[in-house]
Design a binder for this molecule. Structure first.
Ligand code: HEM
Length: 399
């Protein structure tokens, strides 16, 4: 009998409890999602196999895709608008269409490029903490720091003028606000897309030597494609990092010995960030929706063309076959083979930037506010699944 999916986390620091049972049972488990049946991929080796293989498509237009556009109740105009909105959103494209974008953007996110961004990220982190401290000795960390930092980093990356930061931040916040209704979020998405449309028109008229300027001068993307790609950078790089910052801060507060080790040896931060990414695995399954494009064997099963698959990233990252004592948080474990950024052709384009943001955000937070503490009981921390990415709604802190 098929399992029921999705299932929710019951604790902010662990995947949904059902994952372990499914992982013990088999590398692939059949589940009913309410929109049809899918295969759930529960183990690390098979997760890598699906994500790296050419036998699966990520494109929601491919027949059988678990997140195909639900056109049953849509007018032809709405379908056309949704398709147009998807132009340039290359996380949904397969090679070779996908490769065209990836080749253009990889140079923008290299380790060297990200190293050049570090002073800016540091300044943003310091200014946000200055603001928090100026307002008193308490704050709500998700809003004041978690969401604000990646939003301002993306403003810098896309060259959003300072005067537009408030507009940009408020709309991006609505897009990722799990409590806002679908219509409000869609309206905010259209506003941001139309803002990016204007911004890119200005860039095309007078390109500078920055990310969008270089894309414009390459002549390889149309105006609509560039707008879609910029919109993807915004949504992919915002809520993910935003959710990781408060969750990670809380995890380190719950492991004071490991936090003390990081304070004593700041060189250990990069390894700690990898373990935080593995441990939380916030982009759990929606990021990893695929459909088989040919009949193939996987984990001892025959997967037929047109069958949908969800790779359970949070299960793969707690797989006993890949990580010893997987439920323990251990900054010394060397967790770099986690799949929190995915694997294969779609592996997170912004991973070097995300690592730098997390390291700088967390180190600065604990350096500047050495007495940081959470001021509500753990059971009052409300989880959220905005856009399928896990996080906390609020995290009230004092220092
Ligand atoms: C902790 C933070 C982050 C996490 C956990 C994360 C996670 C992921 C995952 C799991 C994927 C793969 C999806 C798939 O296989 O279909 C992905 C793709 C992507 N990420 Fe991230 N991400 C983070 C931060 C960022 C940042 C900061 C940016 C850029 C500003 C970014 C940009 C992208 C883009 C553009 C893709 C699509 C890549 C492609 O399809 O080729 N991400 N991310």
């Amino acid at each position: 009998m098929a399992e029921t999916f999705p299932v929710q986390r019951t604790c902010p620091f662990a995947p949904p409890p059902a994952y372990k049972g499914w992982r013990d049972q088999a590398p692939l488990v059949k589940a009913e999602t309410g929109r049809g049946e899918v295969w759930l991929v529960t183990r690390h080796a098979e997760a890598q196999q699906v994500l790296s293989g050419s036998g699966f498509s990520t494109d929601p237009r491919t027949p059988g895709h678990p997140n195909a556009l639900d056109t049953a109740n849509m007018t032809p105009e709405e379908i056309a608008a949704a398709r147009e909105f998807g132009v340039g959103f290359f996380i949904d494209y397969d090679p070779p269409e996908h490769t065209r974008y990836r080749r253009l953007l990889i140079p923008e996110f290299t380790v060297r490029r990200v190293r050049e961004m570090r002073p800016d990220i540091q300044r943003i982190a310091d200014e946000l903490i200055d603001d928090m401290v100026a307002k008193g000795d308490e704050a709500e960390l998700v809003e004041a720091y978690g969401l604000a930092l990646p939003s301002l980093v993306i403003c810098r990356l896309l060259g959003v003028p300072y005067a537009d930061h408030d507009f940009f931040q408020s709309r991006t916040r609505t897009i990722v606000d799990a409590s806002a209704d679908e219509g409000t979020r869609r309206a905010a998405s259209f506003e941001i897309r139309s803002y990016l449309d204007d911004l890119i028109a200005r860039v095309e008229a007078a390109p500078k030597d920055d990310l969008l300027g270089r894309l414009a001068t390459s002549g390889r993307l149309t105006h609509e494609e560039m707008t879609g790609a910029a919109f993807l950078l915004l949504v992919a790089g915002h809520e993910t990092t935003a959710n990781m910052i408060p969750l990670s801060a809380y995890t380190l507060l719950r492991h004071p010995d490991q936090l003390a080790a990081l304070r004593a040896n700041p060189d250990a931060w990069p390894a700690a960030v990898e373990e935080l990414l593995r441990y939380h695995s916030i982009a759990d399954f929606v990021a990893f929706d695929r459909v088989a494009v040919e009949d193939q064997e996987l984990g001892g099963r025959l997967i037929r063309k047109g069958e949908g698959v969800y790779v359970l990233g949070a299960s793969a990252n707690r797989d006993e076959r890949a990580f010893e004592r997987p439920d323990e948080f251990d900054i010394e474990r060397g967790a770099r083979h986690h799949v929190a950024f995915g694997y294969g052709v779609h592996q997170c384009l912004g991973q070097n930037l995300a690592r730098a943001e997390l390291e700088i955000a967390l180190r600065t937070l604990f350096d500047r506010l050495p007495d940081l503490r959470v001021i509500v009981p753990e059971e009052e921390l409300e989880p959220k699944y905005g856009n399928g990415v896990f996080g906390l709604t609020r995290m009230p802190v004092a220092w």
